[in-house]
Design a protein around this ligand. Sequence first.
Ligand code: HEM
Length: 564
Amino acid sequence: MESSGSALPSAASSSFTTFVLPIAALTVAIYSFYRLLVYPLYLSPLSRIPNAHWSSAISPLWILYVRYTDNENDALLDAHQKLGPVVRLGPSDLSINSIDHVKTVYGGGFERTDWYSMFDNYGVPCMFSTVPSKEHALRKRMISNVYSKSFMQSSPAARRQARAILLGRLLPLLTASTAADQDPQGLEVASLFMATSMDFISAYIYGLRCGTDFLRNAAYREHWLQLYLNRHGASFYLQEVPSITRLMRAVLRTSPYPQWVDWATQELSEWNTALYNKAMAFLGNVKMDGNSTGTFNRGHFAESPEDEPVVLQSLLTNLERETATHGTDSLLYATAIKQPELAVQSELFDHILAGQETTGLGLTSLAWKLSLHQNAQDALREELLQLKKQTQQGGDDTEFFPTAKELDALPVLQAVIMETLRLDAPIETPQPRQIPPSGCRIGPYEVPGGVRIASQAHTLHRDESVFPQADEWHYARWLPLSSPTDDDNDDNDDAPRRAQARQFWAFSSGGRMCIGSNFAIQEMKEVAAMIYSRFQTHVVDDSGMEPDEGPVSEQLYLRFAPLT
Ligand code: HEM
């Protein structure tokens, strides 16, 4: 009896090891084989889409490696040129390169992904990092008016700020560089244009008095730019492998990127808080706790419109209105109304970062292209000098400062900027969105919900069917057909021009399109007009302008020759 009692469990355990375990292992193996190979390769609705790499259907490793090595633009261009407008990058990751598909995704309000959460500042979201569409739209409405073209063109603050920055700060630096005793190597303009953009955007947000003076404070600006560059080291880990990053932090108490990235973020955040505090103090200690002094009166700034903190005021006023109207029921209650000071700082910090790097890069590319293409520079100068003559602002050169509306009517100025932003878009990398849960149709393909999908200016702007000789900087492609300076336009068909305008995607499109596009274009026009009505520029050294998908590290040395 004793022996039979002990034999039973051992028979059970032997049948477990003989039958159950192998069957379980086989089931797992078959299921894994099906899930990881058969389904993604042959049965998934995505399996009909061409793969950018042989492994794309079954593994994200190839595209992760491409992103890690900052080669995404080239890899996507190559894939789309070979495989068409829809390609599969990873098992659940698509790239599109057709303006019709772009309309479906970006015009259709497909939501952003957590990829954007690294753009939270101070631990709270801003408009850029907000995922839900309704919350995003509410945030956008609070500030979109002050960035609209009509508002900006007639804003006394914007005009006086631009004048003070360009005539009071940038022009003296350029003029000094032309003195006979100056080093013939020329001026490094990438850093100078980043400084110009920073001074522009911080003045519009916080007022000229409380904004930056990076143009004249070269030492601090170089330090700031270094901190900013340091942050790029973390993007891959935070955006592409966030769960591994979180796991490493939680379990190993370490981070995949160096600690100085966090220190740089901390210092930059404190720097922005200091600007905010200064502007708030200037505004007269407006309280954010519901006992505020009410809406702001532009009359305060009648004497010195340049000191008006335009964006800050708009945000404070509208956030206050939302608090008063909806209070705890507001969609923004948890993320903004409960912590208004941090929410405002987070939003404005994002505008500062978004506005300085992009426009600075755009201006650097513009000056580079105009220095390489002296014929375009001459055409632009002729247009500007003509305007100067018409507006009779002659006499003292330093005072020529056309209005934003006057500049907006200049076709060559518009064309050189469009062509520069086409070929050298400051943000040309993919802008990921997710397919909604119900799925959608992209061209001939049914795509299930949850799939990551993105397009990018880099490939859209190199589509030869829309932009012939797409790799060439050819500003005349943007000139109106009737323009006397456009020799190439003998045909009267403007359909190709409409197609170009439709496919221009430097600022994205749809509800999440860049809010600062008018600001950036107006600034670029003002800077270009100031420079090219006074100087001729020549390249001294552009070896630092090699195509670079990595962190912003461009360098460009130009010589400024005063017009005689
Ligand atoms: C030439 C200059 C600029 C370029 C090329 C540019 C480009 C872009 C692009 C492509 C996006 C969409 C990004 C995405 O969805 O992933 C974007 C969004 C944004 N940009 Fe710009 N930008 C420029 C200047 C500015 C300026 C001056 C500001 C200052 C306010 C700004 C503020 C923003 C903000 C706040 C967003 C987020 C919009 C939203 O979420 O609805 N940008 N920009």
